[in-house]
Design a protein around this ligand. Structure first.
Ligand code: AP5
Length: 220
C-alpha cells in the first residue's frame, strides 16, 4: 500500500536532514518543494525564473505554480508507492490540492510529522548551514561539520551557503511560516493525522523518534 507522509515544521527545524534519513529507511522517495525549485533555478527553466524572485525574498511561490510542480513530481513512477513530502503543503490551498491530487490516484495522506523548535534555535541553524549542490548533503559549520571545512564528505564538491539563509531573509521565512503554514497544524490535528516531534534533540534522536512513531502509527 502506498504511503504518503508529510514533514511539517519551520525553516531550519531539520526537515531536509531528517527526510534524507527517513526516505532510505522507509523506502519511499524524498520530495522536497524547495529542492525542486532550486533545481529549476539552477537549470534556468521558466519555472525557476518565476520562483527565484520569491525564494530570494523568503516569500512563498504562488500556489498554482507550486501545486503544478508537485502534481508533476508525484506522477513519476518512483512515487507510485508513496512519498515523503518536505516543504509541501505550506498553505491551506496547497493542503486542499494535495488531498485532491492524491484522491485522483486513489490515495490519501497517511501521517503528518510536525517537527518543532524555538525560533532562537532555528536562526543559528540556518546561518551555519552549508550544503552540497551535487549530493544534496546538508552540513552545519558547528553542529554537523564536514571532515574538511568547505568540502562535501560524500563527493568532495565545494559546499555553499543558500542565498535565502541571509539573516534578514531567515527572519522573513520564519514569519511567513507562522502566518501561512502553521495553520496547517490545527487542520491535520483535527483530522488525527498529526504527531509532534521535538526537533531540538540531536539529529539521531529526532530520526529515532520519527521512525518509532511512523512505524507504530502505520502498522497494519
Ligand atoms: P525550503 O527549501 O523548503 O526551505 P525551508 O522550509 O525554509 O526549510 P529549510 O530547508 O531552510 O530547513 P530544514 O527544515 O529542511 O532544515 P535542514 O534539515 O536543512 O523552501 C525554500 C523556499 O522555497 C521557500 O522560502 C519558498 O520561497 C519556496 N517554497 C518551498 N516550498 C514551497 C511551497 N510549498 N509553497 C510555496 N513556496 C515554497 O537543517 C537546517 C540546519 O540545521 C542544517 O545546517 C543542519 O545540519 C542543522 N540541523 C538539522 N537538524 C539538526 C539537529 N537536530 N541538531 C542540530 N543541528 C541540526
Amino acid at each position: 500500500m502506498a504511503r504518503y507522509l508529510i514533514l511539517l515544521g519551520p525553516p531550519g527545524v531539520g526537515k531536509g536532514t531528517q527526510a534524507r534519513r527517513l526516505a532510505s529507511a522507509l523506502g519511499i522517495p524524498h520530495v522536497s518543494s524547495g529542492d525542486l525549485f532550486r533545481a529549476n533555478v539552477d537549470g534556468a527553466t521558466e519555472l525557476g525564473r518565476v520562483a527565484k524572485d520569491y525564494l530570494d525574498r523568503g516569500l512563498l511561490v504562488p500556489d498554482d505554480v507550486t501545486i503544478g510542480m508537485i502534481d508533476e513530481r508525484l506522477a513519476r513512477p518512483d512515487c507510485a508507492g508513496g512519498a515523503l513530502l518536505d516543504g509541501f503543503p505550506r498553505t491551506v490551498a496547497q493542503a486542499q490540492a494535495l488531498d485532491d491530487l492524491l484522491a485522483r490516484r486513489g490515495a490519501a495522506i497517511d501521517l503528518v510529522a510536525d517537527l518543532r523548535a524555538r525560533p532562537e534555535v532555528l536562526v543559528p541553524r540556518l546561518s551555519g548551514r552549508r550544503t552540497c549542490k551535487a549530493s544534496g548533503h546538508i552540513y552545519h559549520e558547528a553542529y554537523n561539520p564536514p571532515a574538511r571545512p568547505g568540502v562535501c564528505d560524500v563527493d568532495g564538491s565545494p559546499l555553499i551557503q543558500r542565498d535565502d539563509d541571509r539573516p534578514e531573509t531567515v527572519e522573513r521565512r520564519i514569519r511567513v511560516y507562522l502566518e501561512q503554514t502553521a495553520p496547517l497544524e490545527a487542520l491535520y490535528r483535527a483530522r488525527r493525522l498529526l504527531f509532534e516531534v521535538d526537533g531540538e534533540q540531536p539529529v539521531e534522536a529526532v530520526t529515532d523518534s520519527l521512525l518509532r512513531e511512523i512505524r507504530r502509527r502505520t502498522a497494519a
